[in-house]
Every structure is written in structure tokens, then in C-alpha cells.
Ligand binder design. Sequence first.
Ligand SMILES: [Zn+2]
Length: 87
Amino acid sequence: MRTQSVAYIARAELNLGRHSTRLHCPFCTEVIETIVITEPTKFTHIAAGILCVVCFPCAWTPYFIDSCQRMHHYCPKCQNYIGTYKK
Ligand SMILES: [Zn+2]
């Protein structure tokens, strides 16, 4: 007799934050700590442009502030994209 397993992917229920989050990966079903990769947003580039005019040495500051970045969460075991934290 064959058994079948079904994996339900419910991204809407994932509670992702700014930092690595402990959860069940919806793809490999392992308990994992997500890998977070940051990406600048449109706001980051605009803020950097304004700071470049106002205070040139401070122009790079938005690229080092977490609240100016978008956080993409990935599974360290299966490398699948899990979700994005947006403010
Ligand atoms: Zn996984």
C-alpha cells in the first residue's frame, strides 16, 4: 500500500520579522532559522539622493539602516524563498 504526503504552503500565516525567524519551512517542513537577505527599497535610494544634496558624507547612511531595507527570508536547508518582511 502506498502512502502519500501532502505539504500545505500557507505563506499568509508566516510571521516574519526584520531578523532571522524560527519556523517550519513550508517546503522541506524542517524547523529552521531563516536566512535574511536585505535589499534596498525605492525609499532607500530617494533618501540617499536627498542626503547627497544636503549632507554628502551622510549619503550612504540609508543603506546601513535596517528600517530602510526590505528583508527577504530564505530556508538554509532547501534554499527556497519563504517570504519578505515589509514595514
Ligand atoms: Zn526548507
